[in-house]
Write a protein that binds this ligand. Structure first.
Ligand code: GTR
Length: 324
Protein backbone atom coordinates (compact mmCIF):
# COMPACT_ATOMS: atom_id res chain seq x y z
CA UNK A 1 0.00 0.00 0.00
CA UNK A 2 1.21 3.50 -0.75
CA UNK A 3 2.23 5.72 2.11
CA UNK A 4 -0.91 7.85 1.68
CA UNK A 5 -3.17 4.80 1.77
CA UNK A 6 -1.30 3.49 4.82
CA UNK A 7 -1.65 6.78 6.65
CA UNK A 8 -5.35 6.91 5.77
CA UNK A 9 -6.06 3.43 7.04
CA UNK A 10 -4.18 4.16 10.29
CA UNK A 11 -6.26 7.29 10.78
CA UNK A 12 -9.44 5.36 10.11
CA UNK A 13 -8.44 2.62 12.55
CA UNK A 14 -7.85 5.23 15.26
CA UNK A 15 -11.22 6.78 14.51
CA UNK A 16 -13.06 3.47 14.80
CA UNK A 17 -11.17 2.43 17.93
CA UNK A 18 -11.45 5.81 19.67
CA UNK A 19 -13.79 5.47 22.67
CA UNK A 20 -16.73 7.90 22.70
CA UNK A 21 -15.92 10.70 25.09
CA UNK A 22 -18.56 10.75 27.81
CA UNK A 23 -20.38 13.97 28.63
CA UNK A 24 -19.50 14.73 32.27
CA UNK A 25 -22.47 16.42 33.93
CA UNK A 26 -22.20 18.29 37.22
CA UNK A 27 -25.31 18.46 39.37
CA UNK A 28 -25.96 20.85 42.26
CA UNK A 29 -27.73 19.78 45.43
CA UNK A 30 -28.13 21.71 48.68
CA UNK A 31 -28.97 18.74 50.90
CA UNK A 32 -26.92 16.05 52.66
CA UNK A 33 -26.48 12.70 50.98
CA UNK A 34 -29.19 10.78 52.86
CA UNK A 35 -31.94 13.37 52.16
CA UNK A 36 -34.85 12.17 49.95
CA UNK A 37 -33.94 14.63 47.17
CA UNK A 38 -30.30 13.52 47.26
CA UNK A 39 -31.15 9.82 47.03
CA UNK A 40 -33.48 10.58 44.10
CA UNK A 41 -30.79 12.68 42.35
CA UNK A 42 -28.31 9.81 42.74
CA UNK A 43 -30.94 7.50 41.21
CA UNK A 44 -31.35 9.95 38.32
CA UNK A 45 -27.58 10.06 37.75
CA UNK A 46 -27.28 6.28 37.78
CA UNK A 47 -30.22 5.71 35.45
CA UNK A 48 -28.90 8.27 32.96
CA UNK A 49 -25.39 6.74 33.02
CA UNK A 50 -26.74 3.19 32.66
CA UNK A 51 -29.32 3.84 29.95
CA UNK A 52 -27.02 6.03 27.84
CA UNK A 53 -24.35 3.35 28.26
CA UNK A 54 -21.95 5.91 29.63
CA UNK A 55 -22.49 8.57 26.95
CA UNK A 56 -23.52 10.86 29.82
CA UNK A 57 -21.94 10.58 33.24
CA UNK A 58 -23.77 12.76 35.74
CA UNK A 59 -22.27 13.44 39.14
CA UNK A 60 -24.21 14.97 42.02
CA UNK A 61 -22.44 17.37 44.41
CA UNK A 62 -24.31 17.38 47.71
CA UNK A 63 -24.39 19.79 50.68
CA UNK A 64 -24.34 22.94 48.54
CA UNK A 65 -20.58 22.61 47.95
CA UNK A 66 -20.97 24.16 44.48
CA UNK A 67 -22.39 27.39 45.92
CA UNK A 68 -25.60 28.76 47.38
CA UNK A 69 -28.93 28.39 45.61
CA UNK A 70 -29.23 31.77 43.85
CA UNK A 71 -25.70 31.33 42.45
CA UNK A 72 -26.39 27.75 41.39
CA UNK A 73 -29.53 28.87 39.52
CA UNK A 74 -27.39 31.31 37.55
CA UNK A 75 -24.80 28.64 36.87
CA UNK A 76 -27.36 26.20 35.50
CA UNK A 77 -28.83 28.99 33.37
CA UNK A 78 -25.49 29.84 31.84
CA UNK A 79 -24.43 26.23 31.39
CA UNK A 80 -21.69 26.28 34.09
CA UNK A 81 -23.61 23.48 35.80
CA UNK A 82 -25.71 20.88 34.04
CA UNK A 83 -28.53 19.99 36.39
CA UNK A 84 -29.91 20.65 39.87
CA UNK A 85 -32.78 20.28 42.28
CA UNK A 86 -34.09 23.80 42.90
CA UNK A 87 -36.70 25.13 45.25
CA UNK A 88 -39.07 27.60 43.55
CA UNK A 89 -38.56 30.20 46.33
CA UNK A 90 -35.25 31.70 45.20
CA UNK A 91 -36.28 31.04 41.58
CA UNK A 92 -38.80 33.89 41.76
CA UNK A 93 -36.05 36.50 41.55
CA UNK A 94 -35.16 35.15 38.08
CA UNK A 95 -38.36 33.68 36.64
CA UNK A 96 -41.15 36.05 37.66
CA UNK A 97 -44.01 33.58 37.11
CA UNK A 98 -42.58 31.22 39.72
CA UNK A 99 -43.25 33.88 42.37
CA UNK A 100 -46.85 32.70 42.23
CA UNK A 101 -45.65 29.54 43.97
CA UNK A 102 -44.25 31.64 46.81
CA UNK A 103 -47.60 33.22 47.66
CA UNK A 104 -48.65 32.04 51.12
CA UNK A 105 -51.43 29.44 51.05
CA UNK A 106 -51.51 29.33 47.22
CA UNK A 107 -52.18 25.58 47.43
CA UNK A 108 -54.87 24.17 49.73
CA UNK A 109 -52.68 21.17 50.56
CA UNK A 110 -49.90 19.02 49.12
CA UNK A 111 -52.32 16.96 46.99
CA UNK A 112 -53.58 20.17 45.38
CA UNK A 113 -49.97 21.12 44.61
CA UNK A 114 -49.28 17.72 42.99
CA UNK A 115 -52.45 17.80 40.86
CA UNK A 116 -51.67 21.30 39.64
CA UNK A 117 -47.96 20.75 38.99
CA UNK A 118 -48.43 17.42 37.23
CA UNK A 119 -50.94 18.98 34.80
CA UNK A 120 -51.38 22.10 32.70
CA UNK A 121 -50.32 24.47 35.51
CA UNK A 122 -46.98 22.66 35.81
CA UNK A 123 -46.48 23.02 32.06
CA UNK A 124 -47.03 26.78 32.31
CA UNK A 125 -44.28 27.00 34.92
CA UNK A 126 -41.96 24.79 32.83
CA UNK A 127 -42.51 27.10 29.86
CA UNK A 128 -41.63 30.13 31.99
CA UNK A 129 -38.47 28.39 33.24
CA UNK A 130 -37.48 27.31 29.75
CA UNK A 131 -37.63 30.89 28.54
CA UNK A 132 -34.91 31.63 31.13
CA UNK A 133 -32.55 28.77 30.32
CA UNK A 134 -33.85 26.02 32.60
CA UNK A 135 -35.62 22.84 31.51
CA UNK A 136 -37.82 21.52 34.35
CA UNK A 137 -37.89 17.77 33.81
CA UNK A 138 -39.96 16.80 36.85
CA UNK A 139 -41.35 18.16 40.10
CA UNK A 140 -40.22 17.11 43.58
CA UNK A 141 -42.16 17.42 46.80
CA UNK A 142 -41.12 19.86 49.48
CA UNK A 143 -44.04 19.45 51.86
CA UNK A 144 -45.19 22.57 53.62
CA UNK A 145 -43.15 25.16 55.46
CA UNK A 146 -43.84 26.38 58.98
CA UNK A 147 -42.18 28.84 61.36
CA UNK A 148 -39.76 27.79 64.08
CA UNK A 149 -37.89 29.90 66.59
CA UNK A 150 -35.79 30.01 69.74
CA UNK A 151 -38.18 32.11 71.86
CA UNK A 152 -41.75 30.85 72.21
CA UNK A 153 -44.52 28.89 70.45
CA UNK A 154 -46.39 30.80 67.74
CA UNK A 155 -50.09 30.20 68.19
CA UNK A 156 -51.60 33.35 66.73
CA UNK A 157 -50.19 35.90 64.25
CA UNK A 158 -49.58 38.24 67.19
CA UNK A 159 -46.91 35.83 68.51
CA UNK A 160 -44.72 36.65 65.49
CA UNK A 161 -44.48 40.29 66.51
CA UNK A 162 -40.91 41.47 66.99
CA UNK A 163 -39.28 38.17 66.04
CA UNK A 164 -36.44 38.14 63.50
CA UNK A 165 -36.79 35.43 60.85
CA UNK A 166 -34.46 34.20 58.18
CA UNK A 167 -36.27 33.82 54.85
CA UNK A 168 -35.14 32.52 51.47
CA UNK A 169 -33.89 35.01 48.93
CA UNK A 170 -37.14 36.54 47.68
CA UNK A 171 -38.72 39.90 48.58
CA UNK A 172 -42.13 38.29 48.80
CA UNK A 173 -41.12 36.56 52.02
CA UNK A 174 -39.96 39.81 53.57
CA UNK A 175 -43.40 41.21 52.89
CA UNK A 176 -45.05 38.04 54.21
CA UNK A 177 -43.25 38.26 57.58
CA UNK A 178 -43.87 42.05 57.71
CA UNK A 179 -47.60 41.42 57.48
CA UNK A 180 -47.33 39.38 60.69
CA UNK A 181 -45.40 42.11 62.48
CA UNK A 182 -42.06 40.26 62.40
CA UNK A 183 -38.76 41.17 60.76
CA UNK A 184 -37.33 39.12 57.91
CA UNK A 185 -33.76 38.78 56.66
CA UNK A 186 -33.03 36.95 53.40
CA UNK A 187 -30.03 34.70 54.03
CA UNK A 188 -28.35 31.67 52.45
CA UNK A 189 -29.49 28.34 53.86
CA UNK A 190 -25.98 27.42 54.94
CA UNK A 191 -25.73 30.44 57.24
CA UNK A 192 -28.92 29.85 59.21
CA UNK A 193 -27.61 27.42 61.83
CA UNK A 194 -24.86 29.74 63.03
CA UNK A 195 -27.16 32.77 62.91
CA UNK A 196 -29.71 31.00 65.09
CA UNK A 197 -26.99 30.00 67.51
CA UNK A 198 -25.52 33.47 67.85
CA UNK A 199 -28.93 35.15 68.06
CA UNK A 200 -28.54 37.12 64.80
CA UNK A 201 -32.00 35.72 64.03
CA UNK A 202 -34.70 34.26 66.29
CA UNK A 203 -36.09 31.80 63.80
CA UNK A 204 -36.67 30.62 60.27
CA UNK A 205 -39.27 28.62 58.39
CA UNK A 206 -39.04 25.28 56.66
CA UNK A 207 -40.46 21.77 56.34
CA UNK A 208 -39.66 19.04 58.90
CA UNK A 209 -36.93 17.29 56.85
CA UNK A 210 -34.94 20.50 56.33
CA UNK A 211 -35.53 21.69 59.91
CA UNK A 212 -34.09 18.37 61.05
CA UNK A 213 -31.28 17.69 58.52
CA UNK A 214 -29.88 21.24 58.88
CA UNK A 215 -29.75 20.74 62.68
CA UNK A 216 -31.71 23.96 63.20
CA UNK A 217 -33.82 21.99 65.67
CA UNK A 218 -30.85 21.78 68.02
CA UNK A 219 -31.18 25.53 68.58
CA UNK A 220 -34.79 26.46 67.72
CA UNK A 221 -36.99 24.54 70.13
CA UNK A 222 -40.40 25.80 68.99
CA UNK A 223 -41.89 24.56 65.72
CA UNK A 224 -45.37 25.96 65.03
CA UNK A 225 -47.47 24.37 62.29
CA UNK A 226 -48.49 27.33 60.15
CA UNK A 227 -48.10 25.50 56.80
CA UNK A 228 -47.94 28.90 55.13
CA UNK A 229 -45.95 27.83 52.07
CA UNK A 230 -46.41 24.71 49.97
CA UNK A 231 -43.83 24.81 47.24
CA UNK A 232 -42.70 22.35 44.61
CA UNK A 233 -39.08 21.91 43.59
CA UNK A 234 -37.79 21.08 40.14
CA UNK A 235 -35.27 18.69 38.78
CA UNK A 236 -33.94 21.18 36.27
CA UNK A 237 -31.33 20.83 33.55
CA UNK A 238 -29.55 23.61 31.76
CA UNK A 239 -30.93 24.41 28.30
CA UNK A 240 -27.39 24.13 26.89
CA UNK A 241 -27.00 20.55 28.19
CA UNK A 242 -30.52 19.64 27.04
CA UNK A 243 -30.12 21.06 23.54
CA UNK A 244 -26.89 19.12 23.04
CA UNK A 245 -28.71 15.78 23.50
CA UNK A 246 -29.93 13.48 20.74
CA UNK A 247 -33.66 12.73 20.77
CA UNK A 248 -32.89 9.27 22.13
CA UNK A 249 -30.91 10.67 25.06
CA UNK A 250 -33.54 13.34 25.73
CA UNK A 251 -36.10 10.58 26.20
CA UNK A 252 -33.74 8.70 28.56
CA UNK A 253 -32.99 11.80 30.64
CA UNK A 254 -36.65 12.81 30.84
CA UNK A 255 -37.75 9.31 31.94
CA UNK A 256 -34.98 9.17 34.56
CA UNK A 257 -36.14 12.53 35.95
CA UNK A 258 -39.76 11.40 36.15
CA UNK A 259 -38.66 8.22 37.95
CA UNK A 260 -36.52 10.28 40.31
CA UNK A 261 -39.52 12.45 41.20
CA UNK A 262 -41.58 9.38 41.94
CA UNK A 263 -38.90 8.03 44.22
CA UNK A 264 -38.40 11.40 45.88
CA UNK A 265 -42.10 11.78 46.68
CA UNK A 266 -42.26 8.34 48.28
CA UNK A 267 -39.12 8.94 50.33
CA UNK A 268 -40.37 12.39 51.24
CA UNK A 269 -43.55 11.10 52.83
CA UNK A 270 -41.50 8.77 55.06
CA UNK A 271 -38.87 11.36 55.90
CA UNK A 272 -41.44 13.95 56.99
CA UNK A 273 -42.70 11.57 59.66
CA UNK A 274 -39.22 10.43 60.68
CA UNK A 275 -37.93 14.01 60.93
CA UNK A 276 -40.85 15.13 63.03
CA UNK A 277 -40.35 12.18 65.40
CA UNK A 278 -36.62 12.91 65.62
CA UNK A 279 -36.99 16.60 66.48
CA UNK A 280 -39.70 15.90 69.04
CA UNK A 281 -37.55 13.21 70.67
CA UNK A 282 -34.79 15.83 70.84
CA UNK A 283 -37.03 18.15 72.86
CA UNK A 284 -38.59 20.39 70.20
CA UNK A 285 -42.11 21.45 71.11
CA UNK A 286 -44.34 21.19 68.04
CA UNK A 287 -47.62 23.06 68.25
CA UNK A 288 -50.73 23.53 66.12
CA UNK A 289 -51.81 27.12 65.63
CA UNK A 290 -55.17 27.98 67.12
CA UNK A 291 -56.68 29.36 63.91
CA UNK A 292 -54.81 28.68 60.62
CA UNK A 293 -57.24 30.99 58.77
CA UNK A 294 -56.03 33.89 60.93
CA UNK A 295 -52.53 33.48 59.41
CA UNK A 296 -54.01 33.30 55.93
CA UNK A 297 -55.99 36.49 56.56
CA UNK A 298 -52.97 38.29 58.00
CA UNK A 299 -50.88 37.42 54.93
CA UNK A 300 -53.60 38.26 52.38
CA UNK A 301 -52.15 41.72 51.62
CA UNK A 302 -49.17 39.95 50.01
CA UNK A 303 -51.55 38.90 47.21
CA UNK A 304 -52.94 42.37 46.68
CA UNK A 305 -49.47 43.91 46.35
CA UNK A 306 -48.32 41.09 44.10
CA UNK A 307 -51.26 41.31 41.70
CA UNK A 308 -50.94 45.08 41.48
CA UNK A 309 -47.27 44.68 40.53
CA UNK A 310 -47.85 41.64 38.26
CA UNK A 311 -51.30 41.95 36.68
CA UNK A 312 -50.29 39.43 33.99
CA UNK A 313 -49.98 36.70 36.64
CA UNK A 314 -53.45 37.06 38.11
CA UNK A 315 -54.92 34.50 35.70
CA UNK A 316 -52.34 31.92 36.77
CA UNK A 317 -53.21 32.47 40.44
CA UNK A 318 -56.93 32.10 39.67
CA UNK A 319 -56.32 28.93 37.61
CA UNK A 320 -54.34 27.36 40.45
CA UNK A 321 -57.06 28.20 42.93
CA UNK A 322 -59.68 26.74 40.57
CA UNK A 323 -57.76 23.45 40.15
CA UNK A 324 -59.69 20.73 41.93
C1 GTR B 1 -35.38 23.56 51.69
C2 GTR B 1 -35.23 23.41 50.20
C3 GTR B 1 -33.90 23.96 49.77
C4 GTR B 1 -33.69 25.36 50.28
C5 GTR B 1 -34.01 25.47 51.73
C6 GTR B 1 -33.97 26.92 52.23
O1 GTR B 1 -36.63 23.07 52.09
O2 GTR B 1 -35.33 22.06 49.82
O3 GTR B 1 -33.76 23.92 48.37
O4 GTR B 1 -34.49 26.24 49.53
O5 GTR B 1 -35.27 24.91 52.05
O6 GTR B 1 -34.74 27.25 53.12
O7 GTR B 1 -33.16 27.70 51.72
Amino acid sequence: MTFTKFALSCALATLVAAPTVAEQWRGWNIHPKDYPNSVALEGFAKEVADKTEGRIEPEVYHNGVLGDQPDAIEQVRNGGLDFANFNMGPMGQIVAATNVLSLPFIFRDVDHMHTAMDGDIGRRFSDALEAEGLVALSWFDSGSRSFYNTKHPIKTPADVKGLKFRVMNNDLYVNMVDQLGGNATPMAYGEVYQSLKTGVIDGAENNYPSFESSNHYEVAKYYSITNHLIMPECLCISTASWDALSDEDKAIVKAAAVNAAQEQRALWAEREKASRAKVEAAGVSVNEVSDPKAFQAAMAPVYEGFITANPDLEALIKDIQATK
